[in-house]
Design a protein around this ligand. Structure first.
Ligand SMILES: [Zn+2]
Length: 708
């Protein structure tokens, strides 16, 4: 061939290599491969919902010193990375873990329908067992003999590895408040959000033993509350007697202290569960005979209790209890087998953490939306308590249980939770420049809250919390791991909810609108919506495909067009000029959504609707097409939707630094699917088998030498 042809071929080969198109067996023939892996230890850290632009801004301002150092020493993506579609947790985490798209890993959104299974009412959550259909980086590493740990890594349990894995918790009860004075509007709102509201009657204390008498000028009072179970087979309703007294004997009546005793202990203060002053937020461990019951008899669980307020004259009183919970953990290593055994079927790591470390806790939006707790309490739960619990677990696993971990996958939930609540409250205008009615107004009407700086501070504290968690995790046993820091999706402010069921009803596809996500409406439901954030997948009840399907195959296309028209014509009656819908896709178009292969044969919707900020689908109002929401941030828009002046950035974080990573300028074109294959290559083991991403050779010190 002549020089021209040679150059063309070289260019073509280069392009193929870039795309990861060259078969993997070439690796075995690669003589330039270094004898040792470029990175012996890797920490893969994912902060849920972290926006790359906000991370960079906080890092520059000094609030995220660990990320700043990593960006300084290594590389970041130019506006991070692009996630798979839709950029929601149920998609993003699995995409990072597998290097595959939803078409392969099977998690098409946070909540989705599985066509052909059960009846048309079926609903699958991304965290359910068996959802994951693709190989993970964690499994691939273990097959290669690496020691792997997954800590608060969403979807980690579904990877079914041997290494220590800690994920979400099990919840056994509801949560709520015991409050005085009684407020009927709070009670109604608590009911609407499914949380418990109990009136406190502060009667003179009777029959108590082993408790301080307190100041005689303020005779002790008592009240009682119940933590209502959600699962009576494993956890009873738990009743607590509450003793309220004035601990300072100074002749001035001023109630300032509360003691909690489980009802079974007959007001005996020596068996107290908690002793609280106003503001205290403490764990109550439930172990042994006080532990779980039934098949979980004797297993340890816990809840947290906060004395939100106690007026010295008892004119107001508020005690908040979180759900009875227990960490979910699995482990099958020798180190875990050496931990103390529990009951039948009880995982030893789960038992050890439940027994010896602070109880499982995460932030919880429902009590805040119901208006029964304040923003500070919500933030304290998600930030301070999470840190106490999460840091203990992280340090135990990476410091004590498995200090020779090669690959640590560590997650952090809080940026997602805080942005869901606060992002829209600090954003003055929509993308179209029109004013946000909820800017600094949590009720979206009336006087301003004057809490802009405080709420921006909450979001910043969550980003700083991620930085602190990453700093803690990467220091395991003094090693200096290569760090990959990413996120599962970005964020946008929102303040409106679209009621997908209502629109399907008005289009004649549901006789009465579906009342719950992914559930059928009135019979015969011809189509239903399964949604999360800004993306709804609309599934048709198709005869011959779905058991009991009501739409004949011949009508399939008509019904799809009907759905498309219903959403295409969707206007906001109160804001007729606003664009509500960003994109409508037919199922086959999911093969390539901004590069993401999101076409799963049985789990993708027949029509998919993507909204535009400030609209999304969660927490809609029954009977209303569009209404304001009680929370103010979401994700699941198109993966490349970016409008930084309006706080919209759906892209995820990408930062990498440490051994094997070259210091360089920000890189464009990073995709979430590329991380798992790249980490596998750095650590010198074959990557996850369904991965569709490419190895990012451009991250490595000498790309020429490390190339295949
Ligand atoms: Zn979220």
């Amino acid at each position: 061939m002549n020089m021209r042809e040679f150059l063309f071929l070289a260019l073509l080969l280069g392009l193929l290599l870039e795309q990861g198109c060259v078969p993997r067996y070439r690796e075995a023939q690669d003589l330039s491969k270094p004898a040792k892996p470029a990175a012996a230890k890797v920490m893969f850290f994912v902060a849920d919902g972290m926006r790359p632009d906000l991370m960079e801004s906080y890092a520059r301002q000094g609030f995220m010193p660990t990320y700043l150092k990593l960006m300084d020493e290594g590389v970041r993506g130019d506006n991070g990375l692009v996630q798979a579609f839709p950029p929601n947790s149920g998609v993003g985490w699995y995409t990072l873990a597998t290097g595959a798209y939803p078409a392969q890993h099977g998690s098409t959104n946070n909540t989705f329908h599985r066509a052909g299974e059960d009846d048309f009412n079926n609903l699958t959550s991304y965290s359910m067992p068996g959802v994951l259909q693709a190989d993970t980086l964690a499994s691939a590493a273990e097959r290669a003999g690496k020691k792997v740990a997954q800590i608060h890594w969403v979807g980690g349990v579904n990877a079914k590895i041997s290494g220590p894995t800690v994920e979400f918790g099990h919840y056994f009860s509801n949560r709520g408040v015991l409050a005085a004075p009684f407020d009927s509007s709070e009670e109604a709102s608590a009911g609407a959000f499914g949380v418990s509201y109990q009136a406190a009657f502060l009667a003179p204390a009777r029959g108590w033993t082993q408790v301080p008498a307190g100041d005689p000028s303020a005779p002790p009072r008592q009240t009682i509350f119940t933590i209502p179970t959600k699962n009576p087979a494993e956890n009873p309703d738990r009743i607590y007697d509450v003793y309220i007294y004035d601990s300072r004997v100074d002749g001035i009546p001023a109630y300032d202290r509360v003691i909690l005793v489980a009802n079974a202990y007959a007001k005996n203060g020596s068996r107290k569960s908690a002793d609280l002053t106003p503001g205290d937020f403490k764990e109550v461990k439930l172990r042994g005979v006080d532990g779980l019951t039934g098949t979980r008899a004797g297993q340890t669980a816990s809840f947290y209790i906060k004395l939100i307020s106690l007026a010295p004259d008892l004119t107001s009183f508020r005690l908040y209890f979180t759900p009875v919970a227990r960490v979910l953990a699995t482990c099958a290593t020798d180190a875990c087998h050496a931990l103390p055994p529990g009951g039948t079927g009880e995982d030893r790591l789960e038992k050890y953490i439940a027994d010896h470390l602070p109880g499982y806790i995460l932030s919880d939006l429902a009590p805040l939306h119901a208006g029964i707790i304040d923003e500070d309490t919500f933030v304290q739960q998600g930030l301070e308590l999470e840190a106490i619990y999460g840091n203990a677990v992280t340090s135990f696993i990476l410091g004590t249980l498995q200090p020779d971990t090669d690959l640590a996958l560590v997650g952090y939930p809080t940026p997602d939770e805080f942005q869901h609540q606060f992002l829209g409250l600090i954003t003055p205008t929509d993308m179209d420049g029109t004013p946000n009615p909820c800017y600094d107004r949590v009720r979206c009407k009336g006087a301003l809250d004057h809490r802009l700086a405080i709420r921006e501070g909450y979001i910043r504290s969550a980003y700083a919390g991620a930085d602190a968690k990453l700093a803690l995790a990467r220091k395991w046993r003094g090693t200096h791991p290569t760090v990959f820091a990413a996120s599962d999706h970005g964020f946008a402010p929102h303040w409106y909810a679209v009621n997908a069921g209502q629109i399907l009803e008005e289009a004649g596809l549901q006789p009465t609108a579906q009342t719950a996500n992914c559930r059928a409406g009135g019979a015969p439901t011809r189509a239903k919506a399964c949604y999360s954030g800004a993306t709804a997948q609309i599934y048709i009840s198709l005869s011959g495909r779905d058991p009991g399907g009501v739409v004949p195959a011949a009508d399939y296309e008509n019904v799809r067009n009907q759905i498309g028209d219903a959403f295409r014509n969707l206007a906001d009656p109160e804001n007729p000029d606003k664009q509500v819908v960003l994109k409508i896709l037919k199922k086959e178009e999911l093969r390539n959504v901004e590069g993401s292969d999101s076409l799963h044969p049985t789990r993708s919707g027949d029509v998919v609707v993507v909204l535009r900020p400030p609209y999304q689908f969660n927490a809609s109002t029954p009977g209303k097409r569009i209404a304001l929401t009680p929370f103010f941030g979401s994700h699941g828009y198109l993966p490349n939707l970016v409008d930084l002046p309006h706080q919209v950035n759906m892209r995820g974080v990408f930062v990498a630094a440490g051994p094997g990573i070259r210091k360089q300028d920000p890189l464009p074109g990073i995709r979430a699917v590329d991380l798992a294959p790249t980490i596998a290559r750095l650590m010198d083991f074959p990557g996850p088998i369904h991965a569709r991403g490419k190895i990012l050779f451009n991250l490595f010190p000498s790309p020429g030498k490390m190339g295949e």
